[in-house]
Design a protein around this ligand. Structure first.
Ligand code: HEM
Length: 364
């Protein structure tokens, strides 16, 4: 959908998303599935860290693999009512590799954007490699689709309709067309744990229902999205007609790119913009819904993120569970100030060097 031009197809999918998929009711109803995905991730972190200690190693783990796996399963459960990623299975690994390939290749700066005559040569192999990964992904997804169609044909009915059910219904009824982790950040982790201990306690797991009682957690998530917005350049826009904007003439069909990353770090808009200071969002009216133009982690306007509420919850509950379940330490020889915070662009922004940390289970 994000790759679709602004046309009838995009309008149909967007409408379907807003009216059927990203409803508060549906997001609330699917909270247990998310809880389950996070439980599985937490258990796997415990198991793998323990196994490493049993082997005489430090118990450190690379968090990105666990988060990636959990995130895809979380979205797949919401949209397809199933897990798609189990790194222990061959299929899961294939999906992971294809998705990684797609994200990395599609986010590379492409010479062809500046020299369109090179398009047919594809000098960096970006089109070819993105296409290969995408084809693999589409083949796997169409496998899920075929399975569901088979199930439907055999008379099986899902009690709670997921996105795939809604899409298939549409097709059936013919309406559709198919900074740094400095000492300060260590304090932030302690503050987060204090808030969680006070509001939830240690004897039960934090749940999505609790999130609005956790203002510090919410402020931390906003600060993360300010300094490290997942889509730093949002989605490219295309001027649908000749436009005059703030003294600039923008001819029809111009591609307009908006640098939210730079806006989020603009010293004219933010006090000490490069510092990770969640407290700036406490008692502040700035939210992430796209009305405050200095803070656009989910974009703004018609093409703003359709999964905004779900995304915000996913990040918040995942962070809350990781902080509630574990004390975190850095591997020997790594200090908070030496963590490499450089970023790399893929289809979304990621840490160039994955975070390695050692979890220690917190007990009730
Ligand atoms: C923290 C999590 C997320 C962040 C930071 C994020 C951010 C964004 C941003 C910045 C855009 C472009 C908006 C613009 O250009 O104005 C976008 C678009 C989009 N996002 Fe998200 N997103 C998140 C989670 C999700 C989730 C969970 C889903 C769906 C499961 C989703 C689906 C989409 C789609 C389909 C679009 C394209 C909308 C369109 O073209 O009309 N996002 N997202």
């Amino acid at each position: 959908m994000a790759l679709a031009p602004y046309n009838d197809y995009w309008r149909m999918i967007r409408k379907l998303c807003s009216s059927e998929l990203f409803l508060h009711k549906r997001i609330n109803a699917s909270a247990p599935a998310r809880q389950n995905c996070i439980d599985v991730m937490i258990q796997r972190i415990k198991d793998d860290s323990l196994a490493s200690r049993v082997n005489g190693e430090s118990g450190e783990i690379a968090l990105d693999k666990y988060l990636c796996l959990m995130t895809f399963n979380l979205i797949a459960n919401f949209m397809l009512s199933r897990d798609i990623m189990d790194l222990k299975s061959e299929k899961g690994n294939e999906f992971y590799e294809a998705m990684k390939g797609f994200m990395e290749w599609s986010g590379k700066p492409n010479l062809v954007d500046s020299f369109p005559f090179l398009k047919w040569i594809d000098p960096q192999g970006i089109r070819g490699n993105t296409g290969k990964s995408l084809t693999k992904l589409l083949n796997m997804v169409s496998g899920f689709l075929k399975e569901r169609v088979q199930e439907k044909l055999s008379g099986k009915v899902n009690e709670t309709k997921d996105f795939l059910d809604v899409l298939l219904e549409r097709i059936d009824d013919g309406k559709g067309t198919l900074d740094e982790l400095s000492e300060k950040n260590v304090t932030i982790i302690v503050l987060l744990q204090n808030e969680l201990d006070q509001v939830i306690g240690r004897s039960r797991k934090v749940e999505e229902n609790d999130l609005n009682k956790l203002p510090y957690l919410q402020a931390v998530v906003k600060e993360i999205l300010r300094l490290h917005p997942s889509l730093p350049l949002l989605l490219p826009r295309k001027a649908v007609k000749d436009t005059e904007f703030m003294g600039y003439s923008i001819p029809k069909d111009t591609t307009v790119i908006l640098n939210a990353w730079a806006i989020h770090r603009d010293p004219k808009l933010w006090d000490e913009p490069l510092m990770f200071k969640p407290e700036r969002f406490i008692d502040s009216k700035i939210d992430s819904k796209g009305q405050n133009f200095e803070f656009l982690p989910f974009g703004s306007g018609r093409r703003s993120c359709v999964g905004m509420f779900l995304g915000d919850r996913m990040v918040s509950i995942t962070l809350a569970r990781l902080i509630q379940s574990f004390d975190w330490e850095l591997p020997r020889n790594v200090s908070p100030d030496s963590i490499d915070m450089r970023e790399q662009m893929g289809i979304s922004l990621r840490k160039l060097v994955p975070l390695i940390a050692i979890p220690f289970e917190r007990h009730a």
